[in-house]
Design a protein around this ligand. Structure first.
Ligand SMILES: [Zn+2]
Length: 88
């Protein structure tokens, strides 16, 4: 294994934890990220942080959502329709 400075090694290690990402791909992604303009790299990091903090599972249906209940479950017209049990 090549020696990389600690911040780069950490980035490669974190990327390689992602599903389907092996060591070589993690290295390629890390070098790509380092070549990005600062704003693009920050947008990538921020999107991960924001999605992680705002997305969760709907307490009613279990879908991923940023509201609880999700937009489908909080749709009152849809709710009434479902309670009557009639097909669309
Ligand atoms: Zn829902």
């Amino acid at each position: 294994m090549k020696y990389y400075a600690k911040p780069l090694s950490k980035l490669i290690a974190e990327l390689s934890k992602l599903p389907g990402i092996g060591g070589k791909t993690a290295q390629r992604l890390a070098f790509h990220i380092l070549s990005l303009p600062d704003a693009e790299a920050r947008a990538l990091a921020d999107s991960i942080t924001q999605a992680k903090s705002s997305m969760h599972y709907c307490s009613v249906c279990g879908n991923l959502t940023d509201t609880d209940p999700c937009s489908v479950c909080s749709d009152t017209a849809r709710d009434r329709h479902l309670r009557r049990g009639k097909p669309p």
